[in-house]
Design a binder for this molecule. Structure first.
Ligand SMILES: Cc1cc2nc3c(=O)[nH]c(=O)nc-3n(C[C@H](O)[C@H](O)[C@H](O)COP(=O)(O)OP(=O)(O)OC[C@H]3O[C@@H](n4cnc5c(N)ncnc54)[C@H](O)[C@@H]3O)c2cc1C
Ligand code: SF4
Ligand code: SF4
Length: 458
């Protein structure tokens, strides 16, 4: 069953925030909590990684037992993908109708409901007026989750439903969310526990290159003269976009042949160009595809994530994640291209005739599997720094976590002293980058609250 709430809390006015993906906090009675909850204000990934997973990325996990089926868990990959116990390629034996891939994400939540482990799932379904627009829902019956499968482009205030769910007596929750939603969820988890939250399972998907649903329709219109007939789109790990149509037809377009240069420079909002978490590091389990070599890609992060995956035993194939190729030159080229792009989309200077040839080679010789996923993480880190330095230089010091600098410095992007005064970027950490940091200023609460009341929906 899907609960319809009256009045609908997701329709409350959102308070304007300068960088915001409308996760729902600004629509709650305590909109000022954005200062504490927002990925775009002053995130503390190190602190929340410890709180959620018991340790920061890169520190060994004394509780985890190695799984011979999983990929080799060198702590090195945690620098890219965040804390984890295991990483897999995976697929459901029976792919679910309407799922974005095989439907592992909603199957995990279904299993929790079927086994009576939770009272409700908070996730998105398609808006009745626009199948591409996400709309938050509270779901209390496993079979109703079928309507939530699939990917929608855009943002919707998922977390505005947490307090109404608690008020309805639904104290054991699962939340399916993208990283900026999951950051806020974790940052306020203590508050919600005080309001009656007994248990929380967090199923995350990776996310990148999101934009407003209205803008996404502009993109669909460039891909096909009848955009309303497209009912599925995915940026696949083999460098193709897959489109599916209402009549069952499928079409693959190589990335290099996408009409990106026809999109306006602000097509992707600054939020998504400066997002610091691609792989949803604060979820219990991440379900994506980027490191999956054509299958789904699972990152089991902690004991709850393992427990959820165990519920699918007998229904899911798991195998080690693979990798091939070398990402270095692709990432370097991306960075050079982005620097020249002057704030818009990366320039595409390749002659038109050469594009199909390069498009043919890329899936065969380019970075693949986990190496492709690492490349995307590095590209995101570089894009975040270039975007913030260009559009919001004063925010670099508070918004950019340590792990982003660590990734980007491999490509020569190093912090300036004035860019290193977030709590996690202590003077000792500045020393890691070989520079003398200015002493961190004491936190000015007045300034903090003025930051929190700046608002900008992208
Ligand atoms: C905007 C966006 C960008 C993404 N980018 C990447 C990427 O770069 N790399 C990668 O590996 N994976 C990415 N993903 C995740 C990927 O598209 C699949 O959702 C994921 O692999 C799960 O597939 P599935 O078949 O298990 O999901 P399903 O079982 O079909 O379930 C999908 C779940 O996602 C929820 N959902 C759909 N749209 C949204 C939305 N806009 N906001 C919040 N929740 C939503 C649905 O409600 C549903 O619960 C992205 C997802 C989104 C929403
Ligand atoms: S400012 Fe941040 S925390 Fe507040 S609603 Fe927007 S995304 Fe959520
Ligand atoms: S790219 Fe980042 S900021 Fe944008 S919607 Fe996805 S998680 Fe949120």
């Amino acid at each position: 069953m899907m609960l319809a709430l009256e009045p609908d809390p997701t329709k409350q006015d959102a308070v304007f925030r300068q960088l915001c993906t409308d996760c729902g906090i600004s629509r709650t009675a305590q909109a000022r909590r954005c200062a504490q909850a927002c990925q775009f204000i002053k995130p503390d990934y190190d602190g929340l990684e410890v709180k959620v997973h018991g340790r920061r990325r890169g520190q060994s996990d004394p509780l985890s037992t190695p799984d011979p089926e999983a990929s080799d868990q060198s702590l090195g990959d945690e620098a890219f993908f965040g804390p984890m116990q295991a990483m897999y390629r995976a697929r459901l034996h029976q792919p679910r109708e309407g799922a974005q891939w095989t439907g592992i994400t909603t199957a995990l939540a279904e299993a929790l409901l079927e086994h009576g482990l939770i009272d409700a799932v908070i996730t998105m379904q398609a808006d009745p007026d626009d199948p591409w627009k996400p709309r938050p829902v509270i779901v209390t019956e496993a079979k109703a989750l079928a309507q939530c499968r699939g990917m929608r482009m855009g943002y919707a205030p998922l977390l505005a439903l947490i307090e109404p769910a608690l008020a309805l007596g639904l104290h054991r929750l699962a939340v399916i969310g993208i990283p900026c939603q999951v950051y806020a969820l974790r940052a306020l988890q203590d508050d919600w526990e005080k309001q009656g939250l007994h248990s929380l399972y967090v199923i995350g998907t990776p996310c990148s290159d999101n934009t407003h649903t209205a803008r996404f329709h502009e993109f669909l219109a460039l891909l096909d003269p009848q955009p309303e007939t497209i009912n599925y789109l995915e940026f696949r790990a083999d460098y193709h976009v897959e489109l599916r149509y209402t009549d069952g037809k499928k079409r693959l377009i190589p990335f290099l042949q996408l009409p990106l240069s026809n999109l306006p420079p602000d097509f992707f909002p600054v939020t998504c160009k400066s997002c610091v978490d691609y792989s949803n590091v604060l979820s219990d389990i991440t379900v994506g595809y980027m490191g999956g070599s054509g299958d789904q890609w699972l990152i089991v992060r902690n004991a709850k994530g393992r427990f959820m995956l165990d519920q699918l035993q007998g229904k899911i194939d798991l195998a080690s994640a693979r990798q091939a190729g070398n990402r270095r030159s692709a990432v370097q080229a991306f960075m050079e291209n982005l620097k020249k792009a002057d704030g818009g989309l990366p320039l595409r200077r390749m002659p038109r005739w050469l594009r199909p040839i390069v498009a043919w080679f890329m899936p065969r010789i380019g970075p693949r599997g986990l190496e492709f996923a690492r490349a995307r993480i590095e590209m995101k880190a570089i894009e975040t720094l270039i975007t913030l330095r260009r559009h919001h230089p004063a925010r670099v010091k508070t918004m950019v976590p340590r792990h982003v600098w660590e990734i980007a410095q491999n490509y020569g992007l190093r912090p300036q002293p004035r860019e290193l005064d977030a709590p996690q970027n202590t003077a000792a950490h500045a020393k890691d980058f070989g520079i003398d940091a200015e002493p961190p200023p004491s936190i000015d609460l007045k300034r903090r609250s003025s930051i929190s009341s700046e608002v900008d929906h992208p």
